[in-house]
Design a protein around this ligand. Structure first.
Ligand code: ARG
Length: 410
């Protein structure tokens, strides 16, 4: 039986009920830990709530800068976007929370850590596996996964112990929020045919309500990392906050996805991630100028592996470190500027430049100053097309021999 437990505390109903539940079940002492990942809540109030709810100690740690530098920037450089659309906002935050849980557990001499995840999601995997990697001797407790209470029973349990239960009107979504984005689940979204209602969104305007004048943004990158917007240097946290605000205003960053969870469920997920969408787009655009075709192709496959790995909770693994080493090496010339235009829900790259750009005007131009040797193309194509010609000569021409399409089953 654990004697001292460090709980990842959000201030919501689940993690609040978890405090008395663990105290009663194990007779243990509970220390609450809340990380500031930019979720925009009054965290001193959250800390006070933890103490009132029975935590013996409550800590708040500002991890925003660490989150950006050590997690978000790595994923950005890797181009890690799950299933082509999800910028891994929640998935990147979990290992960082787990790391701080472990740090506090070791400092406080705790024998267990706890989190408020259910048994149906990815987040439980991310917490559990990260703790296994960082402190294999620690027990991980997930009260919500164990207690088997319905939402109403949980509220009853809370009221009986004097825990305030907020009376929420209207639709109550399940939201997870940090600097890099907002994940929204539940309510009407559980039917994937339903268009997300406007009240699901908090960071982005509906495109029809976005300003009528387009916004031009110039983002400077150094070694794959964004460092300035419109010529103004910004620290990592400020840069993301700024982009969230302006891109959100222009209706950029809404994502509607039917997602494959690690635990085998398909789930309708809606996200708002204005900065993430803009940054991935801009970063990729700069890579198209500064990386070779082979680097771009290979890096795409690495990006997919990287995204799956982050999604599946394998952040603290040797494999991730190895992929990071490759990614880091690819970024040594990803320095330059990308110009984007945001307008009524869309973001478009409209310009890119770099001192290391591989684009050569002399080679590409159809105008004056063409330095490309047109005659050398003839010999190249003769060799390039050689196997096609040989096959045609020996086996015949394949044109028109495609089998007709099969009728659809119904
Ligand atoms: N589906 C996303 C992920 O697995 C978001 C999860 C959001 N979590 C939540 N408690 N609402 O990363």
């Amino acid at each position: 039986m654990p004697k001292r437990i460090v709980l990842a505390y959000s201030g919501g109903l689940d993690t609040s009920v978890a405090i008395p539940w663990m105290k009663e079940k194990y007779g243990a002492e509970v220390i609450a830990l809340t990380l500031d990942l930019g979720q925009g809540r009054d965290l001193e109030a959250v800390r006070q709530k933890a103490l009132k709810t029975g935590a013996s100690k409550a800590l708040v740690v500002d991890a925003r800068e660490e989150f950006v530098r050590e997690y978000i920037w790595r994923a950005l450089k890797a181009g890690a976007v799950y299933e082509g659309v999800y910028p891994l906002t929640t998935a990147l935050g979990r290992p960082l929370i787990a790391k701080h849980l472990v740090t506090v557990a070791l400092q406080e001499g705790a024998d267990a850590v706890a989190h408020g995840c259910t048994g149906k999601g990815n987040d439980q995997v991310r917490f559990d596996v990260a703790v296994m990697a960082l402190a294999p001797h620690l027990e991980v407790i997930a009260p919500v996964r164990e207690w088997g209470m319905t939402r109403d029973e949980e509220k009853e349990y809370a009221r009986a112990r004097g825990i305030p239960v907020p009376e929420q009107k209207g639709r109550v979504y399940s939201v997870d929020e940090n600097l890099f984005g907002r994940a929204i689940e539940g309510e009407d979204l559980e039917n994937p045919w339903n268009e997300p209602p406007e009240d699901a969104f908090a960071w982005t305007r509906h495109p029809s309500l976005a300003p009528d004048t387009p916004l031009s943004l110039e983002i400077d990158f150094q070694l794959g990392i964004p460092v300035a917007v419109n010529g103004e240097s910004l620290g990592p946290v400020a840069l993301i906050e700024y982009l969230n605000r302006v891109a959100g205003e222009h209706g950029v960053g809404r994502i509607d996805h039917l997602e494959n969870r690690l635990v085998g469920i398909k789930s309708r997920e809606v996200y708002e991630a204005p900065a993430a969408v803009v940054l991935h787009m801009a970063h990729r655009a700069l890579e198209t100028a500064t990386l070779s075709k082979e680097q771009l192709r290979f890096k795409d496959t690495v990006a997919q592996h990287y995204a799956d790995l982050v999604y599946n909770g394998l952040w603290f693994t040797a494999h991730r470190q190895d992929l990071d080493a490759y990614v880091e090496s690819t970024q040594r010339f990803v320095t330059g500027t990308v110009r984007l235009r945001l307008f009524k829900g869309t973001a478009q790259v409209v310009g890119r430049k770099s001192p290391y750009s591989l684009y050569s005007h002399r080679l590409a131009t159809y105008g004056k100053g063409d330095a490309y040797d047109h005659r050398s193309a003839i010999g190249f194509i003769r060799v390039f097309g050689l196997p096609v010609r040989t096959q045609a000569q020996v086996q015949g021409i394949t044109q028109g021999e495609t089998p007709p399409p099969r009728k659809s089953p119904r």
